[in-house]
Design a binder for this molecule. Structure first.
Ligand SMILES: Cc1cc2nc3c(=O)[nH]c(=O)nc-3n(C[C@H](O)[C@H](O)[C@H](O)COP(=O)(O)OP(=O)(O)OC[C@H]3O[C@@H](n4cnc5c(N)ncnc54)[C@H](O)[C@@H]3O)c2cc1C
Length: 403
């Protein structure tokens, strides 16, 4: 399906779809749109940058379940189910290994309070029909011998996996190029609105990029694009996260049988109220994260952030202090008021949103690409994405909600 937009004068040929922002969400949207036969362009000074360069890549629909986020759980699970086919398709399209690892996750408790909290989480997971198994401290250590002796119990979730977000992003850039997506390596300065319809953007070099439909997928900057009318401006804010990367030792060559890796699955816990996780990759990288800070667009790596992550991770897995510290980095999650994404058409014809994915953008990549491709070709969101329509934050929708 191809529409001919009635664009203002333009130096660049018009396309069906223009995606603003080339993080994982913009890239998957552009790829899926191009696969549906829509002529597609993407504008971003550095496609493939963004929060995915920092993210841990946990695909944690179950262990990321929080009270009050049961609606989001449905979308998270829908995306988790699509991951195996998504990885096969993207790997096939690019020949690139995405570091997808079906390793499962172990969430542990270090003291009696943590254990009580984890028991409640287990009950919530069970009520939600999710698979997780309660283990004693000893059973946890049998699974992961590097865990601290003081671990009091834990939840084994075999369905929460991981992917390497940097590889995923790089593969999405390649897949977009191969599908014919045109990259404009510039900032979008302003949305062009003509006769109450989004028509494209003016780029930082003054070029007018015109399009039949515009998808705003600018991550934590999505609420800052000039020219977007106030009533459709997404309520997205930056939530800073600091992350460390360590290098795990090669397992010693075993005399008989397979030798034990440093960690064989993602391990996570809440330590003194802060979430900490250790994500072991097949290539020997160990990602330790993450802080959650409301500090605007600041991406400074601080001594305090690194200290807290190392301190908490050390309580969980004491042996980490022996490992080389390879990288420290901070990124910005695109947070929304209900921690869920804003997907699909807005009240401004021609403008769609794909933003606000907060802590789960990597997990939600497959379902977001499918939902936006559906919306771009039919004008409607598929069933599973309807609760995430941007209109839920309109003033009228908010006053209609029960107290
Ligand atoms: C520390 C940390 C850990 C995380 N861990 C996980 C995890 O384990 N699992 C998980 O699922 N998710 C995780 N996330 C969340 C995930 O990384 C994000 O939700 C996701 O990357 C957001 O992608 P995005 O494309 O929406 O935004 P971004 O990655 O922010 O990309 C937005 C892009 O838009 C571009 N842009 C902005 N404004 C403009 C403009 N005006 N013109 C042109 N381009 C523009 C930017 O250059 C950027 O490339 C984590 C995030 C952080 C920070």
């Amino acid at each position: 399906m191809s529409r001919t937009p009635q664009a203002p004068s333009s130096h660049v040929p018009a396309v069906d779809v223009l995606v603003v922002g080339g993080g994982i969400i913009g890239l998957v949207t552009a790829w899926r749109a191009a696969q549906r036969g829509l002529t597609t362009a993407l504008v971003d000074p550095e496609p493939g940058g963004g929060a995915a360069q920092v993210a841990a890549g946990m695909l944690a629909a179950v262990t990321e379940l929080h009270y009050g986020e049961e609606t989001l759980l449905g979308l998270n699970l829908a995306s988790a189910r699509r991951y195996p086919d998504f990885v096969t398709e993207l790997t096939g399209a690019t020949g690139q290994d995405l570091g997808y690892r079906r390793c499962g996750t172990l969430t542990v408790a270090l003291d009696a309070d943590d254990r009580a909290h984890l028991r409640e989480l287990h009950a919530l997971q069970s009520r939600s029909g999710l698979e997780s198994e309660w283990l004693s401290g000893r059973e946890c250590r049998r699974l992961e011998p590097m865990l601290a002796p003081g671990v009091r119990g834990g939840l084994r979730v075999d369905g929460d996996h991981q992917i390497d977000p940097r590889r995923l992003t790089s593969a999405l850039v390649t897949a977009c190029e191969r599908a014919g997506v045109v990259f404009h390596r510039m900032w979008a300065e302003r949305l062009t609105v003509v006769r109450d319809r989004a028509r494209g953007v003016v780029a930082s070099d003054g070029t007018e990029l015109s399009a039949g439909q515009v998808v705003l997928a600018a991550g934590s900057l999505s609420g800052r694009l000039a020219g977007v009318p106030e009533y459709v401006l997404p309520p997205v804010r930056p939530v800073k996260g600091q992350v460390l990367r360590l290098a795990m030792p090669e397992p010693p060559p075993a005399l008989t049988g397979p030798s034990a890796p440093f960690l064989s699955r993602t391990v996570r816990a809440v330590v003194r109220g802060s979430h900490v996780y250790l994500v072991p990759r097949e290539n020997g990288e160990l990602v330790v994260g993450a802080t959650s800070e409301e500090l605007g667009w600041d991406t400074t790596v601080t001594a305090g952030g690194v200290y807290e992550l190392l301190r908490d991770a050390h309580e969980l897995v004491p042996g980490i202090t022996e490992l080389p510290l390879v990288e420290t980095r901070a990124g910005l999650r695109p947070g929304s008021p209900d921690n869920a994404p804003l997907l699909g058409p807005t009240e401004l014809p021609g403008l769609l949103l794909a933003t606000g994915h907060h802590r789960n953008g990597v997990l939600l990549t497959p379902v977001t690409g499918d939902a936006l491709a559906h919306a771009l070709t039919t004008g409607e969101l598929p069933e599973e994405a309807r609760p995430f329509a941007p209109g839920r934050f309109d003033a009228a929708a908010l006053t209609e909600q029960p107290a």
